[in-house]
Design a protein around this ligand. Structure first.
Ligand SMILES: [Zn+2]
Length: 208
């Protein structure tokens, strides 16, 4: 893409799972990039530095809710969205398509892959997850986000959109879904967690 890794100033990690933190240590050591991560996920990396080989960057910057990182004319707004991991980060930012501003929301932890059983652990975790989805949905609404990116290309359909892009012609950018679709995505995420919570509550009520 013609980009030089020496120009990387920040590496912003959505969460400290192996498939998202891989390479961060190398970018930090080789190019002096500053690594940004949520506090609890820094704790995880520091507690288990050998958990994933070459994926334990040294602690640089701990993200806070509403933190802004500005480079040139681009500002990344960082939001704390615990759930998928305790330190998961999501973002809002503005990109430009053919000179026009396009507002983007990036959801850093789409699936709730934490233990949902036993219920006394699962129910509060699902509550945290739902609150985070609501939080980032509000930020997406406040910025009129029409593009949704997520932490896997199968979640946000980037794998399809990238292929569609080649045939775009004069049409709209395939990533632009509109504000309603973006908001419905976050509603579905909250509804799925709510359904899971009901299931656990039912098990508790039935004494399982
Ligand atoms: Zn993950």
């Amino acid at each position: 893409m013609g980009l030089d890794p020496k120009d990387i100033k920040y590496v912003v990690i959505s969460h400290a799972h192996g498939d998202h933190i891989g390479g961060a240590e190398i970018l930090q050591a080789k190019y002096n990039a500053q690594v940004v991560m949520g506090g609890p996920d820094w704790d995880t990396v520091q507690s288990y530095p050998n958990r994933f080989k070459s994926m334990a960057p040294k602690k640089n910057i701990t993200a806070t809710d509403g933190m802004k990182l500005t480079l040139g004319d681009t500002t990344l707004n960082i939001w704390l969205t615990p759930g998928h991991t305790p330190g998961t980060l999501s973002y809002t930012f503005t990109a430009y398509d053919r000179g026009q501003p396009v507002h983007v929301v990036y959801s850093g932890g789409t699936s709730y892959n934490f233990p949902t059983v036993p219920a006394e652990i699962g129910i509060p975790q699902l509550d945290v997850y739902m609150a985070s989805q609501k939080h980032i949905a509000e930020q997406a609404a406040a910025t009129n986000a029409t593009v949704l990116l997520s932490n896997h290309s199968s979640y946000d359909h980037a794998n399809y959109f990238n292929r569609m892009f080649a045939g775009r012609g004069d049409g709209p950018h395939p990533y632009e879904l509109g504000t309603d679709v973006v908001q419905r995505y976050f509603q579905v995420m909250q509804s799925c967690a709510a359904a899971q919570k009901i299931l656990l509550e039912k098990e508790v009520a039935e004494g399982k």
